[in-house]
Design a protein around this ligand. Structure first.
Ligand SMILES: [Zn+2]
Length: 279
């Protein structure tokens, strides 16, 4: 962002690392108000030291860098439009408690890495490599719904609190804004930490919770939750190559996960799913 248009005063240009520093400072302030809160979507009590607004700021801050790691935004307009349309369809049916998050869905150009991930605050990504393997709109809704589940269950923020990442970031920010060589080094470290979000490994429970939420969101938008079973098979097939899909990172056995999905569907709809769901 360039603020040099102001004719009145001196040319003011805010270095990116100061902007990162400001975001980190927000988090440091937030950590003083560390508290346990009940998650309205999952019903679980969580220990999270940052607010949803701070999650949004962090997600927006790191989104461009994350996109670059996977080839930048896709040039395929039709596919991009489809990802955004299905994403917004899911969002339109989310419970009202989900409103603090301005969800955005992006298609990334990476043709090799089969992946989908979410940054805290609602920035959600899927690579062309995964997108191109999907066969139906319902399967896409399944992937995006799962990632939407991670955001609403605030899994990244909870992980940050757990790993005391917040504390490390807050300590680093002091020197980041100075112009010394060490300051620059720390600014780089902060950028790396923010970038580390995408590599965060969620626990098994987080993955299963994201699955359950994803199935809920799919159904609310009229998609057949059984499409998610095929997604698991597709991911299993893809995991033969290099690079583990995010979905697979904590679940070496997708067979278990298929069972959990089938169990959830049976429990939620003991007398069968409603008619006319979209595959
Ligand atoms: Zn996941």
């Amino acid at each position: 962002m360039d603020y040099s248009q102001n004719q009145q005063g001196p040319r003011i240009r805010i270095p990116p690392r100061l902007i990162i520093g400001a975001v980190i400072a927000l988090i440091a302030v937030g950590s003083y108000f560390a508290n346990s809160s009940k998650n309205a979507i999952t019903g679980r009590t969580q220990h999270i030291s940052i607010s949803p607004e701070q999650e949004v700021a962090l997600g927006l801050q790191s989104a461009p860098q994350m996109a670059q790691q996977f080839g930048g935004l896709s040039n395929d307009r039709d596919a991009t439009a489809l990802v955004k349309r299905i994403g917004q369809k899911l969002v339109s049916k989310l419970p009202s408690e989900a409103t603090p998050y301005p969800f955005e869905y992006h298609l990334l150009a990476d043709p090799k890495t089969v992946n989908a991930f979410a940054l805290p605050g609602g920035q959600i990504f899927i690579t062309e490599a995964l997108f191109s393997r999907l066969e139906t709109e319902g399967q896409l809704a399944g992937v995006l719904g799962h990632e939407t589940g991670h955001v609403l269950a605030r899994h990244s923020a909870a992980q940050m609190a757990k790993s005391q990442l917040t504390q490390g970031l807050a300590q680093a920010v002091g020197v980041a804004s100075s112009d010394s060589a060490q300051g620059a080094q720390n600014a780089a470290r902060i950028a790396q930490m923010v970038g580390g979000f995408v590599n965060l490994k969620y626990g098994r429970d987080d993955e299963l919770e994201a699955d359950r939420l994803g199935l809920r969101f799919m159904l609310a938008s009229g998609y057949d939750p059984r499409s998610m079973i095929r997604v698991m098979e597709i991911l299993k097939e893809a995991s033969g190559g290099s690079g583990q899909p995010e979905f697979m990172s904590t679940h070496p056995d997708p067979g278990n996960r298929v069972q959990v999905i089938e169990g959830w569907i049976k429990e939620a709809y003991p007398s069968g799913l409603p008619e006319g769901l979209q595959k």
